[in-house]
Structures are given as C-alpha cells and as structure tokens.
Design a protein around this ligand. Structure first.
Ligand SMILES: Nc1ncnc2c1ncn2[C@@H]1O[C@H](COP(=O)(O)OP(=O)(O)OP(=O)(O)O)[C@@H](O)[C@H]1O
Length: 311
C-alpha cells in the first residue's frame, strides 16, 4: 500500500511554543486514519500544514506523492478539507454555496448535485444556510470537501457539535467512504471511542509528537493478552493468582489478569479455573478480554520507551 499522506520531521513553532515537533506520519491509501490527541496536542496545526494553509518551520509533507512546499496547488487539488470554520454565506442556499466553490474549482454544476446526494442533503439544498442546524452545516461542509472527488479527505473533528443521531450518521458515512469512493480519510478527534469505531489506522499525538502509529487491528493484536474473570470472591481470587505468579488488578468489570506475550489465553483460563474451583470459589465468568484502543492509548500514556522519539 502506498501513502496518501506522508509527513517527515514536520515541525511548527509559534514563537517559543513548539506546536508540532518532528512529526512523521504515514497515512496509507484508502485508510480511515484517526489522528488522536488532547485539545492543544497539535492536531489542527498538523492538518493545516498538510493542507498547505500554514508553512512548517521545518520538515516536509507529501500528498499523493506531491511535495506540498514545492507544489502547493497540485497537492491542494488532491485534498478536500473540512475545518472548523465553515465560512458559508448564510443568505445563500446550500446549493448556491457549493456552486461558488464548484465554479472556483472549474467544476460543472452537476458536481454540486452529486455531492449533495452523497451527503443526503438534496431536500434542504435550496434553503438558506443561515437556517441550517449545525449538523446540516457539517454535512454541507463535507459535501464541499468532496467536490471534484479528491482522493484524500482531511477532516478536523468532523462530529463536533452534532447531536447523537448526527454523530452516528457521520461515523457510518465516513467509515464507508473508502469502500464507496476509493478515498483516503484523515480525521482528527479527541475521542478514543470515536476513532475506535471509525478508523482502520491510528496516530496518537501528544505535545506535538507522534507517540504511536499503526493499523488498529495490529496494534490491538500486539498487546499482551489479558483474562477477565468474575468470581464469588475476587479478593481471594487475586491472592490465589498471586500465588501462581500472575498479577491482576480489580476493575469495574472484574479481575483483570495480565499474561505474558505468547501465553495462550484459553490454556491459562482453563488452568486458572481449576485453581479457583479447587479453592471453593464460584467462577461466574472467565475468558480473554477484548482489547480496546484505550488499552493501547494507556500504554503510550504511561510507557515513554514506546515513544518513537525516545527509541
Ligand atoms: N496561531 C497560533 N499562534 C500561537 N499558538 C498557536 C497557534 N495555533 C496553535 N497554537 C498552539 O499550538 C498548540 C497546538 O494547537 P492545535 O490547535 O494544533 O492543537 P489541537 O490538537 O488541534 O487542539 P484542539 O483540539 O483544541 O484544536 C497549542 O498549544 C496552541 O495554543
């Protein structure tokens, strides 16, 4: 798979503040890449450099193989973007707003109808944008990003401000985009659950640095396995586990037992079950625990040696 977006050593200072710090990310073609980080971590600044809206202090960005510093216009033509400020004219209808952009891009008006159809907004397209809900504006913004069917979409917090139904619709829509249109999607979010539901790939940015990147399924598979168990006496179970050389922690869901990489969770579960039953504990549940993006995130949050810059 080749890269739709690639940054190398991307750095941006605002005076003394280092907003983005030697960030090297790779977004494979047709990925939905979730760019995750807390508020102020450097996501928007990175996206703006990818879009050629602000210049890097140092480092480079390539979009579909084009160097953004050398060919800003060529690279920009490959990307459709949805940033926070929509900049629509409230007095004009949705279709008219899109028509303005389409004309600037030299696209036929049929293209406006096509993208309105994609975001399911044809019914409201003739109404003034001033009367649109935030969710409708967001969808119109997405439609505008898709004008001309660019191969790459860059979306900054696309579900921000949407109601729960709007969020669910938008997630489903974004998830299906690569299959439906062949596009690559780079989207930022500060919500782990959101990225987990949509993304095929993930990059985590912290204080301007990319501390983790990879295919979500692989990252999950790379985590040491864990077993979740619930018994009639979890405190006693923890003692028995410690006696068998296993460490465990109590969680709301039950006792979580850490295994060593390569341990077979089924075999260990069976052995643990025997120990617990022999000790007269009732075992309500025992088995491998599903790993989440939160588990991956917690690892980079607590183990600095996993950060590429410290390697
Ligand atoms: N134009 C600017 N001038 C000065 N500092 C800036 C500017 N733009 C961003 N910053 C700073 O750079 C850092 C990264 O900001 P950025 O907006 O990229 O973060 P973010 O991860 O997108 O956060 P959010 O989700 O809140 O938008 C922050 O400390 C921010 O205050």
């Amino acid at each position: 798979m080749s890269a739709a977006i690639e940054t190398r050593g991307l750095t941006r200072r605002f005076g003394a503040r280092l907003a983005v710090d030697a960030l090297s990310m790779t977004v494979p073609e047709q990925a939905v890449y979730g760019f995750l980080g807390r508020n102020g971590a450097g996501k928007t600044t990175t996206l703006k450099m990818v879009l050629g809206l602000i210049r890097p202090t140092s480092g480079a960005v390539r979009v579909c193989g084009l160097d953004v510093a050398r060919d800003r216009i060529g690279a920009a033509r490959k990307i459709g973007a949805l940033l926070e400020a929509h900049g629509f004219y409230g007095g004009l209808s949705g279709a008219e707003n899109l028509g303005l952009t389409a004309r600037l891009l030299g696209l036929p008006t049929t293209e406006v109808e096509r993208v309105l159809e994609v975001v399911e907004m044809r019914a409201d397209a003739r109404r003034a944008v001033g009367g649109y809900s935030l969710g409708m504006r967001q969808r119109l913004g997405l439609a505008r990003a898709m004008l001309g069917a660019p191969p790459v979409l860059v979306l900054d917090e696309p579900t921000n401000g949407l109601d729960p139904d709007g969020i669910a619709d938008m997630r489903q829509f974004l998830k299906s985009l690569p299959q439906r249109t062949g596009a690559t999607v780079l989207l930022s979010s500060h919500l782990l659950s959101e990225i987990e539901q949509i993304a095929t790939h993930v990059g985590v940015v912290k204080d301007g640095r990319l501390v983790l990147e990879g295919e979500l399924a692989r990252l999950k598979a790379g985590l040491a396995p864990e077993i979740l168990l619930r018994t009639s006496d979890d405190a006693r179970a923890a003692q028995l586990l410690a006696g068998s050389g296993l460490t465990s922690v109590a969680t709301k869901a039950g006792q979580v037992v850490a295994l060593r990489p390569g341990d077979d969770a089924d075999q260990v579960s069976a052995a643990l079950n025997r120990i617990l039953v022999q000790a007269d504990l009732a075992v309500f549940a025992i088995g491998p625990r599903d790993r989440s993006l939160e588990d991956i995130y917690r690892q980079v949050a607590v183990s600095p040696q996993r950060q590429p810059e410290a390697a």
